[in-house]
Ligand binder design. Structure first.
Ligand code: NAD
Length: 301
């Protein structure tokens, strides 16, 4: 989606979850779609942030996606997750505000709904049952942003992304990982009996939601960005294998700590207020992702 905006990208290129090399390759791919200025900066480093905002004194909006993501690794690294996702986010917002920025879009997560049993998950549901340090850090970031809004005003939107997939998806996430395992003809570890459900959201739909949120910033708001359909893990594996044209060899393992049985977005508010409308069905998204996967990892397709 092209909006004509000038973009300055900050990323620490941290080695957590996956390496800086893949992140640099991602930046190269993204650059083919339009120019942007890149700074290797850690959002916890005030002086480095100051330098970027001083160089660009006309920044209109900050879209804050930087984070330590991932539920399972957050359990063994809780202090790091809180440090980046809460202290880093607060530092970024404070420095941006000091340089006149009043508009923020922040990436939150469906994981804030935790073990909520009411479905679908709506923005006004109480979010008091996070199931991992990652989930707690994203909820803490929302509360930090809400407090920041109360004290300093401006416009802040938190977007709760539901399991995002597509080209350049994190390699630790299910679809990317499954494609690598199936392509290597290895056995696929399936945590649980395959009946856990996720609302998978294709990256183009997330980008559409982020762009709409930027256009319609208005006070403090929280919106779900989901794919509008729950897919069971066993259905996901079957779809990936079908798209790849091979059989998946599955090993069933116990559910992992921190994992929740279901995510399911209520999109009533984001449809009505943002005009958000996801359009990519799972199979279509998996086909596009597999085409990218083959180009990126096998130089084909
Ligand atoms: N992928 C999903 O399904 C999903 C779901 C819900 C929310 N989110 C959120 O969306 C955002 C992007 O997630 P992603 O899946 O693309 O993850 P990602 O790991 O690919 O992207 C996060 C980026 O943040 C950078 N980063 C980490 N620590 C940093 C720091 N201290 N300073 C500056 N940069 C730092 C990393 O290097 C990485 O490039 C995150 O905020 C994540 O919590 C993602």
């Amino acid at each position: 989606m092209r909006t004509g905006a000038q973009v300055v990208v900050l990323d620490a290129l941290s080695e957590m979850l996956y390496g800086a090399e893949m992140k640099r390759d991602n930046l190269k791919e993204v650059r083919q779609h339009g120019e942007f200025e890149f700074h290797e900066v850690d959002i916890r480093q005030r002086a480095a942030l100051e330098a970027v905002f001083a160089k660009h004194d006309d920044i209109d909006v900050v879209v804050h996606l930087a984070a330590l993501a991932g539920v399972r690794p957050s359990i063994a690294n809780a202090p790091k997750y809180y440090d980046v996702n809460v202290r880093g986010s607060a530092t970024l917002m404070e420095v941006a505000r000091a340089h006149g920025v009043k508009r923020f879009v922040l990436a939150s997560s469906s994981s804030v709904y935790g073990t909520n049993t009411k479905t679908p998950f709506a923005e006004d549901d109480p979010v008091i049952n996070p199931a991992s340090p990652y989930a707690a850090s994203k909820r803490a970031m929302e509360l930090m942003a809400q407090t920041d809004f109360r004290l300093h005003g401006g416009d802040i939107t938190c977007l709760r992304f539901f399991t995002v997939y597509g080209p350049r998806q994190r390699p630790d996430m299910a679809i990317n990982k499954f494609m690598r395992i199936i392509a290597a003809k290895e056995r696929l570890p399936m945590f649980g009996d395959g009946t856990s459900g996720r609302d998978y959201t294709y990256i183009d739909d997330i980008v559409q939601g982020v762009c709409r949120a930027v256009e319609q910033l208005d006070g403090y708001n929280v919106y779900n960005l989901g794919g509008d359909k729950v897919v069971l893990l066993k259905e996901l594996i079957a779809t990936i294998a079908d798209v790849m044209g091979v059989e998946a060899l599955v090993d069933q393992l116990p559910m992992q700590p921190g994992d929740v049985p279901l995510t399911m977005a209520d999109l009533t508010r984001s449809r009505a207020e943002l005009g958000y409308s996801p359009t990519t069905a799972l199979r279509q998204g998996v086909e596009k992702m597999w085409a990218w996967h083959q180009r990126r990892y096998h130089g084909t397709a």
